[in-house]
Design a protein around this ligand. Structure first.
Ligand code: ADP
Ligand code: MG
Length: 222
């Protein structure tokens, strides 16, 4: 599994969903979130060849710095802090407990940076439940993480905005999904789908290697 295919899939989500993210930010912010994320995604794709051969932590650090330099708004530094903290905390081939620990550190770093807390209608309201799910572990983690991200983003519609531009709207933000939360859900969906496709390709390769080994050297007949 290379960082390159994860980066390619996540950035493509932001490009494909730019209009949707803009519409969400038009409802409760200043309408630039889709444009911001698309600009960041295109800048990251332009550096895809450099990132392709890096170990995961170095790739995350490079992409995080590009987020800060290119996304802009409140979300650029937030996404940058997220990725650069993951870069610092994760090993080259992370397990679910590694991810849970690193996300815990990233949530703390984002809170220090932007002073928002979980429950205040920001992207933290997707990161926190996903972190808890990964920390708890169990079966079907990829499928459950994917669903948790989507459900948690949708659930931000029912939260009061206390931070970011949506806070100025007060109760008028009620009923609207937070754009940054939706962005994090798109990224997590793309990561889970990429990992699931990689796992099933790996399983198929394993099965066909097993089949051909048995064709080549059949059991000797009695
Ligand atoms: P801006 O708000 O500057 O226009 P964007 O529209 O790109 O920036 O991003 C808005 C998103 O950034 C919000 O939907 C929210 O999820 C996230 N956000 C804003 N402020 C904070 C904060 N202090 N902590 C965490 N996330 C934040
Ligand atoms: Mg905005």
């Amino acid at each position: 599994m290379s960082a390159a295919s994860l980066v390619a899939h996540v950035t493509q989500q932001f490009i494909d969903h730019a209009d949707e993210l803009t519409a969400l930010d038009q409802a409760i912010g200043d309408g630039d979130h889709g444009i911001n994320m698309r600009r960041g995604a295109l800048a990251i794709q332009a550096r895809a060849a450099d990132v392709a051969d890096m170990p995961l932590p170095a790739a995350l650090k490079t992409v995080g710095m590009l987020c800060i330099a290119t996304i802009g708004g409140a979300s650029g530094p937030v996404f940058g802090t997220l990725l650069m903290t993951l870069a610092k905390e994760l090993p080259d081939t992370p397990t679910a407990p590694d991810l849970a620990r690193a996300l815990h550190a990233a949530i703390a770093a984002i809170t220090r940076l932007g002073k928002a807390e979980v429950g205040q209608k920001t992207l933290l309201d997707v990161l926190a439940p996903v972190q808890q799910l990964l920390a708890a572990g169990g079966d079907d983690l990829l499928a459950r993480t994917r669903q948790c991200a989507i459900d948690s983003a949708n659930a931000t519609a029912h939260l009061d905005a206390l931070r970011g531009r949506a806070a100025f709207l007060g109760e008028r933000a009620m009923g609207h999904v937070d754009p940054g939360a939706r962005s994090v859900a798109l990224a997590i969906t793309a990561i889970c789908d990429t990992l699931a496709a990689h796992e099933s390709a790996h399983d198929r390769a394993h099965d066909s290697a097993y089949d051909s080994a048995h064709e080549i050297s059949p059991e000797p007949s009695a």
